[in-house]
Design a protein around this ligand. Structure first.
Ligand SMILES: NC(=O)c1ccc[n+]([C@@H]2O[C@H](COP(=O)([O-])OP(=O)(O)OC[C@H]3O[C@@H](n4cnc5c(N)ncnc54)[C@H](OP(=O)(O)O)[C@@H]3O)[C@@H](O)[C@H]2O)c1
Length: 343
């Protein structure tokens, strides 16, 4: 029997998060005791998710589930959840910072037609036609998308860093769409003026990774991998698609894969390959945390593999340091506010 392992998966109730849980169950031998901590926003989703995972893992004995209710757009929720984890566990082996999303408002259809007709592969890899709301502020008075996709992950990691230290791994989930991000703007770190805060927040996550991966590895023994799932069908954009447009989108994904896009893995389970591989199978000496992104990719026949890219620039590291300074300030302010509110 191996040593007991604990995995925390944020947003495990659907899409990529659920697929990560399934893939983890398929990757970690059943002789190893495993606890999967589900985070979701609502108890109903927790119950449903644990039920589905139990069915998936049918026959596996050394498996337990736990849950915490987490809302990434509330620092109070992150602080509360961190305290719960600190009181229940002595070590966390894998933290999948999966939950996230954007504040989309729809599709610019004329732009979509033009983009698809002029370059199908690019159009369905990093589209410019998904319309995002500009300037949404969270209840914590932070940029909403920035808080959910960037600050929340950092704040959470920081709050539970003692549980991760000495070998824990953090898996950050970026996106291939970060390739069309705007240049980092130190005057708009919270992305309140960006017309594509989702895309830009994923780039910011990569900058954050560039700033902390080496330091956390050296000082805390925490390995932080930046990964992305390629492009897979989940509910991230589902509310803007109907049956027909979903079918059309899937057809375009398959065509893109056939004409050579490595990123159209399409199924969430395949998308979970790189995140789970980084957590369980990556060998630090051969697969460094710093300067490399590990992504789920596919060949034309849908056979999946982990694709590495090494495109972190000096500029990224400089911007990452500026971002990190701001995140540390926000983390301090948040803790002070929480202390005042609970005093
Ligand atoms: N699908 C893709 O092709 C793709 C590509 C690149 C990157 N990603 C990334 O993959 C991750 C998972 O996305 P997905 O595609 O699986 O989308 P999804 O199906 O919409 O799942 C998003 C998950 O995040 C949770 N979530 C959303 N807002 C939250 C909040 N404020 N606090 C806590 N949890 C919250 C959702 O919970 P609820 O069910 O309660 O809403 C859900 O569990 C995201 O970080 C996304 O950016 C996806």
């Amino acid at each position: 029997m191996g040593t007991k392992r604990v995995a925390v998966i944020t947003g495990a109730n659907g899409g990529l998060g659920f697929a990560i849980a399934c893939r983890l169950l398929d990757t970690i031998p059943s002789s190893v005791p495993l606890t999967i901590v589900i985070t979701a926003r609502h108890l109903r989703k927790v119950v449903e998710t644990i039920g589905r995972l139990r069915a998936y893992a049918k026959g596996r004995d050394l498996l337990t589930f736990d849950y915490v209710l987490l809302d990434l757009t509330s620092v109070a929720s992150i602080s509360e959840v961190s305290n719960q984890l600190l009181s229940r566990y002595t070590h966390i082996d894998y933290l999948f910072c999966n939950a996230g999303g954007g504040d989309f408002t729809g599709i610019d259809w004329p732009a979509a037609f033009v983009e698809v007709l002029s370059n199908l592969k690019d159009a369905v890899t990093h589209p410019h036609f998904k319309v995002e709301r500009i300037g949404r502020v969270s209840r914590d008075s932070l940029g909403w998308v920035f808080q959910m996709n960037v600050f929340a992950n950092y704040f959470f990691m920081k709050q539970i860093s003692t549980l991760l230290s000495g070998g824990g791994r953090v898996i950050l989930i970026s996106s291939i769409e970060s390739r069309i991000a705007h240049d980092f703007d130190p005057e708009d770190i919270q992305l309140l003026h960006s017309d594509q805060p989702y895309v830009d927040s994923k780039k910011s996550l990569e900058l954050l990774h560039a700033a902390i991966a080496k330091r956390w590895a050296d000082e805390l023994g925490v390995l932080i991998y930046i990964t992305h799932p390629g492009i897979c069908q989940t509910s991230i954009f589902a509310e803007y698609l109907n049956f027909l447009t979903t079918f059309g989108m899937l057809c375009l994904f398959y065509i893109a894969r056939w004409i050579g896009s490595p990123w159209h893995v399409i199924s969430a389970y395949k998308g979970a390959l790189a995140p789970v591989w980084a957590a369980v199978d990556a060998v630090p000496e051969a697969d460094p945390v710093d300067g490399v992104t590990y992504a789920s990719a596919s060949d034309r026949l849908g056979r999946c593999y982990v694709k590495r890219t090494e495109d972190v620039t000096d500029e990224d590291r400089k911007n990452g340091a500026i971002l990190l300074q701001e995140l540390d300030k926000l983390a301090l302010n948040s803790l002070e506010r929480i202390k005042l509110e609970t005093a």
